[in-house]
Design a protein around this ligand. Structure first.
Ligand code: AMP
Length: 134
């Protein structure tokens, strides 16, 4: 059965998309721990992050770097934090977390409640930065 992220990539399940290339997709985490919390995923479905082949890993991380730049330009933050966890969704992905306080970059950080309209606005503003930088 395809992963939930493959179903998002294939357009079967909606997401708040922020950026896309031929190989990778970035969209807002549905349960964000910070405003602008974004997931970057390879379109190829591989479960564990460190099982990605070198080429896919390189293109995913270069994509993540560019998405982090867009986040940094439009979300007020101290830094864009990076986490790889992968215990919930068996499809390799990187969390990009624009944080104001270090404690936000934690698996145990409380989830924020952000209304769907606001999630759409956040995604649109990151997408505009992405488009401007591409
Ligand atoms: P993990 O596999 O532990 O790195 O966590 C998976 C992440 O994916 C969690 O932060 C979830 O909130 C997020 N997530 C799960 N389903 C969706 C979805 N349909 N859209 C966006 N984010 C999701």
């Amino acid at each position: 059965m395809p992963s939930i992220f493959t179903r998002i990539i294939q357009g079967e399940i909606p997401c708040h998309k922020v950026a896309e290339t031929e190989d990778c997709l970035a969209f807002l985490d549905i349960n964000p721990i910070a405003r602008g919390h974004t997931l970057v995923v390879p379109k190829q479905e591989i479960d564990a992050f460190f099982d990605l082949d070198d080429g896919t890993m390189a293109s995913l991380m270069i994509f993540a770097k560019r998405v982090a730049g867009a986040l940094d330009r439009c979300i007020k933050c101290k830094r864009v934090g990076v986490m790889v966890i992968g215990t919930e969704v068996p499809h390799a992905h990187v969390h990009l977390i624009p944080f104001l306080q270090e404690r936000q970059v934690s698996v145990t950080a409380p989830k924020l409640k952000i209304a769907p309209d606001e999630m759409a606005e956040i995604a649109a503003s990151i997408r505009a930065e992405w488009d401007a930088g591409s």
